[in-house]
Design a protein around this ligand. Structure first.
Ligand code: NAP
Length: 474
């Protein structure tokens, strides 16, 4: 078996022995076997990494140097993507077809998007008598989740480096191995020591130290809303900038007159992508009462094509949940939804394999929009179907959760869908099947976050703004 054990942290351009002796085991969710471990770092390791990042930070770094760094990281990463895909399957159960595409090719597209933004960005602008200049923000603490381990890292680290920042990265404990492989690959990029540092360990130790550290200028966090609020609270004590990408309960709104068959097919596929462990998943399907029965038949037929199984089998569309705790959490949501009176259309919380954290794709109909399943993020293959009476009712339900990350609108034509979408309080919406765009701003309204990732908006999060008021003659 592949040995994924890692015993060192990457600080100041070198793999170094951590301050503590603890290790965090990583479990393959398909086999429930320990496949490796990473060091359980301490606050002292964070301090060493932040010092290295501070020393490496040059606020006057040129744009050409940043372009070279970004290009070198992309070249080094690309060579390692097949290995990284395999590791992502092993550490969090993504089916190989997802690991080789969404999990690794989307990060590459995002990285190339960063390269393009940097190539065309104007760092200086005249505004009346002022010269407005954009400067690197400083030392960045980046904290990432397990669901798309490489993507989450790339969406932060690449724009930060492009902006001229230096980074201390803390990956999720559930899926840190692919991130270690990414950092190993990046060694070939020849970045100056301290530009990119990696410290693994418990979120409550490493993440909190990064958030409160007086010499970290910006914390970029992706994860749950509860932990994001804690990070913002700690960062606020030193008036540090925070960018938060948090949870979602996104609505797929299918208006009367839409192509119902396509909307259901795409909607089910979106809800179950990566086993439903996708922050932007459309986990609520809103269907007009007039077409409700027809929609439920189409949903059942679509779901029957989702094979759950060994993530290493190329035919598998849904692998196991990423961890035992995630499995238990998802099953708990299913059981409580049944108790709350939602109608189980297909699936359920029954154990389907002796070994592995497998959950059957599950759909509930007649979900009360105000129930737990109508309000809370499950982060598993569980879809809530909610009928609505008219467009006004649909908008009220769509906006009726604390979240606002993503969603979709389907209507008889694009203009009708856009008109509806303008009223939805969410960071992004797919209109009549519009495709994912790796350079469009991505982020949340309400409790789904603060700030944006990807494209120009994501890049600008890592820049400070300075105004130089010039004399009249200049
Ligand atoms: P999580 O439990 O909030 O953890 C996210 C990261 O924060 C991990 O690295 C975690 O470390 C760390 N952490 C935990 N406690 C911390 C603390 N007290 N202070 C600082 N850092 C701490 O989230 P998750 O379970 O990994 O990921 C799932 C959640 O992320 C879902 O809610 C999902 O919607 C959200 N998400 C949002 C987006 C987006 O772009 N909006 C994208 C993906 C996921 P440990 O691993 O050590 O616990």
């Amino acid at each position: 078996m592949h040995d994924y054990t890692r015993t060192t942290l990457f600080i100041n351009g070198q793999w170094v022995t951590p301050d503590g002796t603890g290790a965090i085991e990583v479990i393959d969710p398909a086999t429930e076997e320990v496949i490796g471990s990473v060091p359980s770092g301490t606050a002292a390791d964070v301090d060493a990494a932040v010092s290295a990042a501070r020393r490496a930070f040059d606020p006057l770094i040129g744009v050409a140097e940043r372009r070279d760094r970004v290009a070198a990281v992309i070249t080094a990463m690309e060579k390692r993507l097949p290995d990284i895909a395999e590791t992502i399957t092993a550490e969090m159960g993504a089916p190989v077809r997802i690991a080789q595409t969404v999990q690794t090719q989307v990060p590459l597209a995002v990285a190339r998007g960063v390269e393009n933004v940097l190539a065309t960005f104007d760092f200086e602008e005249r505004v009346a008598n002022s010269l407005v200049v954009r400067e690197p923000y400083g030392v960045v603490g980046a904290i990432t989740p397990w669901n798309y381990p490489l993507y989450q890292v790339i969406a932060k680290v690449l724009p930060a480096i492009a902006a001229g920042c230096t980074v201390v990265l803390k990956p999720s404990n559930e899926a840190p191995l692919s991130v270690f492989e990414f950092i190993e690959a990046v060694e070939d990029a020849g970045l100056p020591p301290g530009v990119l540092n990696l410290v693994s360990g418990p979120g409550a130790v490493i993440g909190e130290r990064l958030a409160e550290h007086p010499d970290v200028d910006l914390v970029s966090f992706t994860g749950s809303t509860g932990v994001g609020a804690r990070v913002a609270e700690l960062a606020g004590r030193s008036v540090k900038k925070v960018a938060l990408e948090l949870g979602g309960k996104s609505a797929n709104v299918i208006l009367d007159g839409a192509d119902l068959a396509t909307a259901v097919k795409v909607g089910v596929s979106n809800a179950f992508l990566n086993g439903g462990q996708t922050c932007m998943a459309w986990t609520r399907m809103l269907v007009p009462q007039s077409r409700y029965g027809e929609a439920l038949d189409l949903i059942e037929a679509a779901v029957s094509r989702y094979t759950v199984g060994d993530p290493r089998d190329p035919a598998t569309r849904i692998g196991p949940s990423a961890s035992a705790s995630q499995y238990e959490s998802v099953c708990g949501f299913i059981e409580r939804a049944q108790r709350d009176g939602a109608r189980l259309l297909t699936g359920g919380a029954q154990k389907i394999r002796e070994v592995g954290y497998y959950v059957t794709p599950t759909v509930f109909a007649d979900v009360d929009p105000n129930s737990e399943l109508g309000q809370e993020e499950v982060f598993g293959p569980v879809l809530a179907v909610i009928p609505f009476s008219d467009d006004e009712d649909a908008l009220r339900i769509a906006n009726g959760t604390p979240y606002g990350l993503s969603g979709a609108v389907w209507a008889r034509d694009t203009d009708t869908a856009i008109a509806f979408a303008r009223g939805v309080q969410t960071g992004q919406l797919d209109i009549n099947g519009g495709q994912y765009n790796p350079v469009a701003p991505f982020g949340g309204y309400k409790k789904s976050g603060i700030g944006r990732e990807l494209g120009r908006a994501g890049f600008e999060e890592f820049l400070q703004t300075k105004s130089l008021q010039l004399p009249v003659t200049a």
